[in-house]
Ligand binder design. Structure first.
Ligand code: SAM
Length: 350
């Protein structure tokens, strides 16, 4: 009789081949290929979104714990060699990392063909959009949860809607297009604005992506009842601005165009009500060099210590392959045994 093989922690009985392959793309035991990387360049943020961070902020990492520009670039180079094709620069708020355009230029050098985008709250784009574009950023995704000044301030604890809108104009002028907007929808807070956002998408040509509220807030105040199902959002918009599905894409967002041919698009990221884990191609590296194979992972692979103690490329690649190999089948938000990760969204890099 064959000896018992170790099993995945989330699918009892499914055997894991003990070792990942030593060549080819980055794969996990479920055959998913990881080719989309999010690198967080700082854990700091200049906003205090209520669904993400407490009003007083978090205990920021000391500078010595952050990966340096050279270390971040080395990490990216390894992932590019392993087949990663798109990079999202994130945080915290990535634009608060000093000299970000210099880092972007270093990233561009190791990934000339990489699709490089940035996820930002947009507040510093009025001055940074142009230098970032010149350094090699292709596109920007800007987070914006309300188009009403008072509500924007209530949700982000910053009275900065006007500055974000100016940042968006600068991003367009710099060619960081197509521009995507990330809007976290929270029941009883901003769910009455989804049609206004759709009207805005039609006027501006932006793709507005509605994100379901996830249990990744630092204060653990997430409640299932405040998640607004993506299907309900699409329904509300469709009644006013009829939508036509774009069909399957290789993105987590399900996207729609306006049936009357108006510019702009609508996307939904239904992480809670319709998880897309079985097609997930994402990996994340935190600002202090921890590889996370899932937003909700409870385990990480430390890349910083080996990097700093002189590990060879082969050793680092083997660690990365193992980190990807151990990716679980999917998150368990809707299961009784769900455990919220210790890191909140801003410390992971959303
Ligand atoms: N500061 C940047 C920004 O604003 O885009 C990048 C980091 S931020 C953590 C990335 C995205 O995560 C933002 O769009 C934010 O709204 C979203 N986010 C934060 N906490 C969330 C939560 N609990 N549920 C869903 N999305 C969340």
């Amino acid at each position: 009789m064959a000896p018992d093989l170790p099993t995945t922690h989330d699918l009892p009985g499914v055997p894991i081949a003990p070792e990942p392959p030593t060549d080819g793309p980055l794969v996990d035991t479920f055959g998913r290929v990881a080719d989309d990387l999010r690198i967080s360049v700082t854990d700091r943020c200049n906003f205090r979104c209520t669904y993400c961070m407490p009003a007083e902020g978090l205990a920021w990492l000391p500078k010595t714990e952050l990966l340096t520009f050279e270390e971040l670039t080395k990490v990216l180079q390894l992932f590019v060699g392993l087949g990663v094709r798109s990079l999202k620069i994130t945080g915290g708020e990535p634009t608060v990392r000093a000299d970000l355009p210099t880092l972007v230029a270093m990233f561009r050098e190791v990934g000339p063909d990489l699709d490089i985008s940035i996820t930002t709250n947009g507040v510093l784009l009025d001055t940074l959009a142009e230098p970032l574009a010149r350094a090699g950023v292709d596109r920007a995704t800007v987070s914006c949860d309300s188009l009403m000044r008072h509500r924007f301030e209530e949700m982000t604890r910053r009275d900065m809607l006007d500055k974000v809108l100016r940042g968006l104009q600068a991003a367009e002028a710099a060619g960081l297009t197509p521009i995507k907007i990330n809007c976290v929808v929270i029941g009883g807070t901003n769910d009455d604005e989804v049609v206004d956002f759709a009207t805005w998408a039609r006027e501006t040509g932006y793709e507005v992506r509605f994100i379901e509220y996830m249990p990744l807030d630092a204060e653990h105040r997430w409640e299932r009842d405040r998640v607004v199902p993506a299907a309900r959002i699409i329904d509300a918009i469709h009644q006013v601005h009829p939508l036509a599905s774009d069909g399957p894409t290789n993105e987590p967002a399900t996207t729609y165009r306006f049936a009357d041919g108006a510019p702009g698009r609508i996307g939904v990221i239904p992480s809670v009500t319709q998880p897309f884990c079985d097609t997930c191609n994402r990996l994340r590296v935190t600002a202090e060099g921890q590889l996370r194979n899932c937003l909700f992972a409870l385990e990480e692979t430390d890349l910083r210590e080996p990097l700093r103690s002189g590990a060879s490329d082969a050793e680092l690649i083997s660690l990365i392959r193992r980190g990807v190999w151990s990716k679980w089948s999917g998150h368990r938000i809707d299961q009784a045994d769900f455990v919220q990760p210790l890191r909140s969204m801003s410390m992971i890099g959303g």
